[in-house]
Design a protein around this ligand. Sequence first.
Ligand SMILES: Cc1ncc(C[n+]2csc(CCOP(=O)(O)OP(=O)(O)O)c2C)c(N)n1
Ligand SMILES: [Mg+2]
Length: 371
Amino acid sequence: MAAKNAKQLGPVETLHAIEEKFEMFQILNEEGEIVNKDAEVNLSDDELVELMRRMVYTRILDQRSISLNRQGRLGFYAPTAGQEASQLASHFALEKEDFILPGYRDVPQMIWHGLPLSQAFLFSRGHFMGNQIPEDVKVIPPQIIIGAQFVQAAGVALGMQKRGKKSVAVTYTGDGGSSQGDFYEGINFAGAFRSPAIFIVQNNQFAISTPRELQTAAKTIAQKGIAAGIPSILVDGMDPLAVYVATRDARERAVNGEGPTLIEALCYRYGPHTMAGDDPTRYRTSETDSEWEKKDPIVRFRMYLEAKKLWNEEKENEVIEQAKEEIKAAIKTADAAPKQKVTDLMEFMYGDEMPFNLKEQYEIYKEKESK
Ligand SMILES: Cc1ncc(C[n+]2csc(CCOP(=O)(O)OP(=O)(O)O)c2C)c(N)n1
Ligand SMILES: [Mg+2]
């Protein structure tokens, strides 16, 4: 007997039918033209300018961070150029009370959520003060274990809902992260409990050197949300307006009790995976690089805003200068942080509730440090 009746789609046709549904959502094309007039962006001129300002600022921060790393003045750093729309336009749809659970590449969202730049630099240096996040800044330190923050986001979102808050938890991972068990557990749990969570996969098409095609048989990462029964969308991750609208709509559903959303933002990182020494020329071609540079989120947004007379070279230069000044000042602040001591770390970690065995070690370190 056949496994289906005559009118039913078979398993192969069902897969193809679902995959075909995931067309990429775009509002602003590479030329800076609106291609989707039905999409309601609803951002004021001032807000559009502010989003551009943040993207330009963050591109400078990326360039400066890379050079500070090369000078030995920063430690761990994962470059962000190319991902500004995925990172900052999604963040732009959030409120201050929303909780962010970032991955290691998501430091820009933390900064625009309120983390002082000097603390981001201390985090890069492995200084624990970098992770002493101010009480009113709703972020946790960047997760290095890929995908782990998906489980945490499902729980944080549920916790906020149980406390009656009208806010969401947002988490980010990459295409590689979407192969982790935690990814599936997180979206499944959030779906089952209707947690107000937004799961954002920044698909920059590589997990270090592993291309997306070798990562999964799924044609899109967005379609993985279907298995968890949650709304899912594939967006042009180089298009700030599409990313903004997708995230804003996801947030609206979440606070209205309609549960989580999975967003796949298709993007590209121009630089290496991290500054620890991978060489992208060994796993990517310069043709692909330049193909993606043409899709640059800042370039297309600049064209769009210039046509609306909202942006010009002078404004851009002001932002660049301001970024450089603030970065310089933040590095100075980071340099002035006290040298990291083991006892400080233990006090920060345990406060008055240090277990007795650690207390013994604490005394030993206290003695050593006093010399
Ligand atoms: C559970 C786990 N396995 C392996 C690693 C090592 N690792 C660090 S980053 C990375 C690739 C992640 O790629 P992706 O999720 O696409 O994010 P991207 O770096 O491209 O933003 C891997 C395998 C890790 N940090 N955690
Ligand atoms: Mg990736």
